[in-house]
Design a protein around this ligand. Structure first.
Ligand code: GLV
Ligand code: MN
Ligand code: MN
Length: 415
């Protein structure tokens, strides 16, 4: 009998409980960062951590940290983390299984009298998904001191400033730089996550060890044309901001497709049209696009070609187009040694394969201060960031079991 098997009934009831802290007026699971539902979930989560024997604190970037002492507290900690915010109309598992799975790991260690050598930190990172401030991975950027003054001054649509929103969650944006963790301040970062894509489900493989995580560059684009009467302005006399924007959407698609690589993707996922009336030629469009790849130089290449071509096209059409970078996260290639320990640990539990991550994670940033490793469990039909997102409790149990095995293996090996 394996002593370190998770108690899936207990974990299921935690996942179901946190899933009650949602905006019930939306589809699926909506727990946007910095909302009341998010705050309530965090209060519950912190209590859950305390109840599980973790000593909790909230850091400058409002990350919730639960700490378990190791037998040698001169060692730097191993961190297990993920997030509890969701996209709008999202799913129930993205992020939550990593945080709650981490707490279950602690309970299993305690119940079995297993003492780690290293201190262990379970972290609920603030706002991993793109927030209303236009920024994602706020907590992990903050933990390593990469939240700039400009970022902290960004406002949401209600005029709220990000630094105030961080204070409201118990953080302190003025201390972020001073308290930032440096390279070597943790020995390892581990994250359990649902794949968010179709590979494991298609291959009927219960566990994945991540080989690399895509980098993501996001931009906001403002296109200014000329609003005018939709009936009286001949087709050849228009400066239609939406027609121009549509060409850019297709241009981005072709630049990404032309690379002929599975890891290269580009998306326009957000678009506003002004004045947004059926009988007025659109005078202004604002949209956001992102480009992802496992190779940072490919992202740079696509983005700069896109901007150059958009600017050239705008001159021909007498349209003004302005690009602002919102965020850049670098891709991560997982260390060979880390991958090997993870694969061996996972294989003790179930069939395992290597695969890259097309989704971004807090690991992209924590990689600046510590080596990172990720374990994936399947997402049914590859669905995620939508209400249909699903991973069975049996699959989650396998994932948490593998996480415990990996943690024990690394605790032995790492200095
Ligand atoms: C995070 O969920 C992402 O957008 O990749
Ligand atoms: Mn997500
Ligand atoms: Mn996630």
């Amino acid at each position: 009998m394996d002593r370190v098997r998770p108690n899936i009934g207990r974990l299921k009831s935690d996942i179901e409980r946190i899933s009650t802290f949602i905006d019930k007026s939306k589809l699926g699971h909506t727990r946007r960062s910095f909302t009341e539902e998010y705050k309530e979930a965090r209060v519950w989560l912190r209590e859950k951590m305390e109840e599980s024997g973790l000593e909790t604190s909230i850091d400058a970037a409002a990350n919730i940290i639960g700490r378990l002492s190791g037998s040698d507290n001169s060692l730097k900690p191993i961190i297990i983390g993920s997030h509890t915010d969701t996209v709008e109309n999202g799913g129930m598992y993205d992020g939550t299984i990593g945080v709650l799975g981490g707490i279950e790991v602690v309970r299993i260690l305690k119940e079995n009298g297993v003492n780690l050598r290293h201190p262990l930190e379970i972290v609920d990172f603030t706002s991993e998904e793109p927030s209303e401030f236009g920024l994602s991975t706020i907590g992990s950027k903050g933990m390593i001191g990469e939240l700039t003054k400009e970022m902290l001054q960004r406002r949401d649509n209600c005029g709220r400033v990000l630094s105030d929103a961080i204070h409201d969650l118990g953080g302190n944006s003025r201390s972020i730089k001073k308290l930032a963790r440096k390279k070597g301040d943790a020995v390892l970062y581990l994250e359990l996550h649902n794949e968010l894509g179709p590979v494991l489900d298609n291959k009927e493989c219960p566990l994945g060890v991540v080989t690399g995580i895509v980098g993501i560059h996001r931009y906001k684009v403002i296109v200014n044309g000329e609003a005018n009467h939709a009936g009286t302005t001949p087709m050849n006399m228009r400066c239609d901001a939406l027609v121009f924007t549509s060409k850019l959407v297709l241009k981005l698609q072709s630049l990404c497709k032309d690379k002929n690589r599975d890891d290269v993707v580009g998306t326009v996922g957000k678009l506003n049209v002004e004045p947004n009336a059926s009988n007025v030629i659109p005078g202004k469009c604002e949209f956001e696009f992102e480009v992802r790849s496992l190779q940072n130089d490919i992202i740079d290449e696509i983005v700069s070609q896109f901007i150059d071509e958009a600017q050239a096209l705008s001159k021909e059409r007498n349209i003004k187009v302005k690009f602002d970078n919102i965020s850049k996260s670098s891709s991560v290639i997982i260390d060979e040694g880390i991958k090997k320990v993870l694969k061996d640990s996972c294989e003790e539990v179930a069939k395992t394969m290597y695969l890259p991550s097309g989704a971004g994670h807090d690991a992209n940033h924590i990689n600046e201060i510590a080596p990172v490793g990720m374990i994936f469990v399947p997402s049914k039909d590859g669905k995620s960031h939508c209400p249909e997102e699903y991973t069975s409790y049996e699959e989650i149990e396998i994932g948490v079991h593998a996480l415990i095995k990996a943690l024990l293996a690394f605790d032995k090996i790492l200095k």
